[in-house]
Design a binder for this molecule. Structure first.
Ligand code: AP5
Ligand code: MG
Length: 198
C-alpha cells in the first residue's frame, strides 16, 4: 500500500506518519526531512534548499521530483511507502504517478488532515519556541500556509476526482486522529483485497 499524507504545515503529517509506520511497517519518505538533512550536511542541495525553506517557499518541482526519483527503488517499493509532504503540486502528483507506474504501483489512498488555520499557527509557533525549527517563526509560518492554499490545496480536488481522497478532522488527541486514519486504511485494504468490511 502507498499512502500520501496530505495537509497544511502543522496539520500533523509527521506525527501521524510515525504512528502509521509503527502499525503498518511502511517506508517513510518525508521530503522536508530529506531537505533538512541536506541543510545540516551543508551540501550543495542543502544550500539551495535553505534559500527556499527559510522563506517559506516551495522548492522547484524539478529538483524535488529528481530527489524522489533517486530515492525510490525495488526494495522500498516492495515495503510500501508513506509520502509525507510530497506531492505538493499537481505537477509533482503527475510525476509521482509515473514513478510508481514504473514499478507497477499506484497511490492507494490520500489521507487529508484538515485543521483550522489558527490551530496550525498555534502549533507551529509553539514548536518553534521548543525545538527551534528554523522555518517555525510567525512570518515564515504565514508564508508557508499561504503557499499551501495557493499551490498545494488544489491537489485535494485532483485526488478527490481520482476517488482516493479521504478527509480526516485533524484536531483532537493524536490517538483519536490516528484511530480515524486506521479505520480508513483498513477499509481501503479490505477493498483492495476484495474482502467485505467487517
Ligand atoms: P515539511 O517539512 O513538509 O513541512 P510542512 O509541510 O510545513 O509541515 P510540518 O512538518 O511543519 O508539519 P506536519 O504536518 O508534519 O505536522 P507535525 O506532525 O510536525 O516542508 C518544509 C519545507 O520544505 C517546505 O516549506 C518547502 O520549502 C520544502 N518542501 C518539502 N517538501 C516539498 C515538496 N514536495 N515540494 C517543494 N518543497 C518542499 O505537527 C506539527 C506540530 O503540531 C508538532 O509540534 C506536533 O507535536 C503538534 N501536533 C501534531 N498533532 C497534534 C494534535 N493532534 N494536537 C496538538 N498538537 C499536535
Ligand atoms: Mg512534517
Amino acid at each position: 500500500m502507498n499512502i500520501v499524507i496530505f495537509g497544511a504545515p502543522g496539520s500533523g503529517k509527521g506525527t501521524q506518519s510515525e504512528l502509521i509506520i509503527e502499525n503498518h511497517g511502511l517506508h517513510h519518505v518525508s521530503t522536508g526531512d530529506v531537505l533538512r538533512d541536506e541543510i545540516a550536511k551543508q551540501s550543495d542541495l542543502g544550500k539551495i534548499a535553505d534559500g527556499y525553506i527559510s522563506k517559506g517557499y516551495l522548492m522547484p518541482d524539478e529538483l524535488i521530483i529528481n530527489i524522489l526519483d533517486r530515492l525510490l527503488d525495488e526494495k522500498i517499493m516492495k515495503k510500501g511507502i508513506i509520502f509525507d509532504g510530497f506531492p505538493r503540486t499537481v505537477n509533482q502528483a503527475e510525476a509521482l504517478q509515473k514513478m510508481l507506474n514504473k514499478y507497477g504501483q499506484d497511490v492507494s489512498v490520500v489521507i487529508g488532515l484538515e485543521v483550522p488555520e489558527d490551530e496550525l499557527i498555534t502549533r507551529l509557533v509553539k514548536r518553534g519556541r521548543i525545538s527551534g525549527r528554523f522555518d517555525d517563526n510567525e512570518d515564515t509560518i504565514k508564508q508557508r500556509i499561504q503557499i499551501y492554499h495557493k499551490n498545494t490545496e488544489p491537489l485535494a480536488d485532483y485526488y478527490k476526482q481520482a476517488g482516493i481522497y479521504y478527509p480526516i478532522k485533524g484536531i483532537g488527541t493524536i490517538d483519536d486522529i490516528f484511530k480515524q486514519i486506521a479505520g480508513v486504511l483498513k477499509s481501503v485494504s479490505d477493498k483492495e483485497s476484495g474482502r467485505q468490511p467487517a
